[in-house]
Design a protein around this ligand. Structure first.
Ligand code: SAM
Length: 287
């Protein structure tokens, strides 16, 4: 089905159906067979794997995924594209669902298509406007994804994989680290899409694993979000409001920082996940 990634085929299909690429839905179709092949290879599927694909578009990845997996459940928000897909990919191994992937219950969708707990992967060439919430949903929804393979804007990939001290390091980097091991699979130039977007992309693989730190998740992320709310503030100043909300005195914040070996003048962007976890646990001792 390599014609699905031929620029002339995609352009003709859109023209014949009277469809345009809808910018508001992030519709930039992948038209490079080499990139498709590399994405399919890194999905590391077996004949038993199930795949949840978000935003199949005109099916650039869908049929290749179905060829390597037991079943693909593909969620497309655009009813016109979902109808075209059903027509051009009549395959019992593919279930096309029309709907908003952010709003739908994925467990229900998969169960409805016959998934009974087999190995599961998520693959998506994501529309830019839902990248962060979609990744957070994938990490937090409780489904046992063996891997989450997402094509995102290059800048988002950098934020996802950033280490402490880097300008890209932030809440998204820490959330990714909390839930998964992340790696960069592939850089993707803007020229392989039709229409070409304004930015380059990258494919990132997340392999979920149990959290490597022990602080309770909700409180840990309350501390992390507070620390990054104003990046330029010291961690001490950035956490003042949160500790007051938790009923703690400023001295208790100072003590917690000291017992974690964190200088009060340190900035949130230099602290590791382990340091945030330790700090959260120290603060919670006083609550
Ligand atoms: N997978 C195709 C490809 O690689 O050529 C299309 C990728 S395109 C960047 C993103 C796709 O996601 C579009 O088909 C768009 O209509 C769809 N989409 C946008 N928002 C969505 C949402 N909330 N839920 C499901 N699909 C969505």
């Amino acid at each position: 089905m390599s014609q699905l990634t031929s620029p002339s085929y995609v352009a003709r299909l859109l023209r014949e159906r009277g469809l345009g690429a809808k910018k508001g839905l992030g519709q930039n179709f992948l038209v490079d067979q080499n990139i498709v092949r590399r994405i399919l290879e890194s999905a590391a599927l077996t004949g038993e794997s199930w795949v949840l694909e978000i935003g199949p578009g005109l099916g650039a990845l869908t049929s290749g995924l179905a060829a390597r997996a037991a079943h693909v459940v593909a969620v497309e928000i655009d009813g016109e594209l979902a109808a075209v897909l059903k027509e051009i990919l009549p395959n019992p191994k593919i279930t096309i669902v029309e709907g908003d992937a952010l709003g739908l219950d994925w467990q229900e969708l998969l169960a409805g298509a016959g998934w009974r707990g087999e190995s599961l992967s998520l693959v998506a060439n994501l529309p830019y406007y839902i990248t962060s919430p979609l990744i957070m949903k994938a990490l937090e929804c409780g489904l046992p994804f063996a891997s989450i393979l997402v094509m995102v804007q290059k800048e988002v990939a950098e934020r996802m994989l950033a280490a402490p001290g880097s300008k890209d390091y932030g809440v998204l980097s820490l959330a990714v680290q909390y839930y998964a091991a992340g790696s960069l699979v592939l850089k993707v130039p803007r020229t392989v899409f039709l229409p070409a977007p304004a930015v380059d992309s990258a494919v990132v693989k997340l392999e979920p694993r149990p959290p490597q730190v022990s602080a309770p998740r909700q409180e840990l992320f309350a501390v992390i979000r507070a620390a990054f709310q104003q990046r330029r503030k010291t961690v001490r100043n950035a956490l003042k409001a949160l500790v007051a909300e938790w009923g703690l005195k400023l001295e208790q914040l100072d003590e917690a920082l000291a017992s974690c070996g964190i200088e009060p003048t340190e900035r949130g962007e230099n602290l590791s996940l382990e340091e945030y976890s330790k700090l959260t646990e120290e603060l919670l001792k006083g609550v």
